[in-house]
Design a protein around this ligand. Structure first.
Ligand SMILES: N[C@@H](CCC(=O)N[C@@H](CS)C(=O)NCC(=O)O)C(=O)O
Length: 308
């Protein structure tokens, strides 16, 4: 066992190792542009009736961005509380990060949102992102006076507060416990294990901790693959918020940790299905227009700083 203090140090390494300097030559080269600041009014309105988003990019630490807003948004779910509040959710998206889940979720739910894009500076979130919430992590959203961080909490909040619980299975559903399990497993167990594996690999560490972490990642992938062998989606027959939680660690996160998915044919089949959803395509085009999506078995080339 590793003492708690060592584990904390290891987690810090993992965190740093998760956000390397990105390849200037690669598809994400825009992430390393030197100090720049720009507001872009994008004409990327969704094809969903009533769903529009304004996009703003900001990469200069310490300078505020001006949000360019569209005309008042209509809310596509009239039963939701937001229909009366007419408030647009502001999603702060850090490039190449798990905050990609939130625009995807909003596209699925037909919730209007504004998107503010941040470059890493150069490894972690820039100071203006960290200032948004004590967590200092992506995703962070704002909904009126509320500022919220933590993927699972945000997904739960948006589905229940603004979409009548859509994409969540209810207690009467026979798949309810399975849905809950997979929804929480992703960020409770799997993503942290991947982050530890990433830190250990990048620092070249071997030993029992490295073995345990690799085994946990492999075991997690095998369990997920078995679930998807018998079910179309993680929540069973229906696409759900559990799928939205689970895509990031087996796709975009592979820019930081070389994960070969070829032994996991059911995960690959599921990835093909979910990534073909129009909402996913629209969200990724808006939040990562220059990033190559990692949807196949082969891991993408690691960023330069991870190859050291
Ligand atoms: N469990 C958290 C993890 C958040 C997290 O670590 N996000 C990373 C991006 S994948 C981040 O903010 N990194 C930048 C930083 O730590 O400065 C969640 O799901 O929201």
């Amino acid at each position: 066992m590793v003492p708690a203090s060592s584990e904390n140090r290891l987690m810090s390494i993992c965190l740093l190792a998760s956000f390397p300097v990105l390849n200037l030559a690669g598809p994400t080269s825009r992430l390393l542009w030197p100090s720049w600041f720009q507001c872009v009014r994008s004409d990327l309105n969704s094809s969903n009736a009533g769903l529009e988003s304004s996009i703003l990019t900001s990469g200069h630490p310490g300078r505020d961005a001006t949000l360019l807003t569209d005309s008042p948004h209509s809310i596509s779910n009239p039963a939701s509380e937001s229909a009366t509040a007419a408030m647009t959710i502001l999603i702060h998206h850090l490039h190449v990060s798990q905050s990609e889940r939130i625009p995807w979720l909003c596209e699925e739910l037909g919730l209007p949102y504004d998107l503010k894009l941040y470059s890493r500076a150069p490894l972690l979130a820039p100071p203006e992102y960290k200032a948004l919430h004590p967590a200092g992590s992506a995703p962070t959203i704002q909904d009126g006076d509320l500022t919220m961080a933590e993927s699972g909490a945000i997904v739960t909040y948006l589905c229940h507060k603004h979409a009548g619980g859509r994409l969540f299975l209810g207690p009467a559903d026979p798949e309810y416990p399975h849905f809950l399990y997979w929804f929480h497993w992703v960020n409770g167990t799997f993503t942290p294990a991947l982050a530890r594996a990433m830190g250990l690999a990048s620092s070249g560490q071997t030993g029992p901790m490295a073995d345990m972490t690799r085994a946990r990642v492999a075991g997690g992938l095998a369990a997920m693959d078995a679930r998807l062998r018998d079910n179309e989606y993680l929540g069973g027959k229906e696409f759900s918020a559990a799928d939205i939680m689970a895509v990031f660690p087996v796709t975009t996160m592979r820019y930081f940790y070389s994960l070969d998915l070829s032994p996991y044919e059911n995960i690959l089949r599921w990835l093909k299905t979910v990534s073909q959803r129009e909402a996913y395509q629209r969200a990724m085009k808006k939040c990562e227009p220059d990033m190559e999506l990692c949807l196949g078995a082969e891991p993408p080339e690691l960023f330069a700083a991870m190859r050291r």
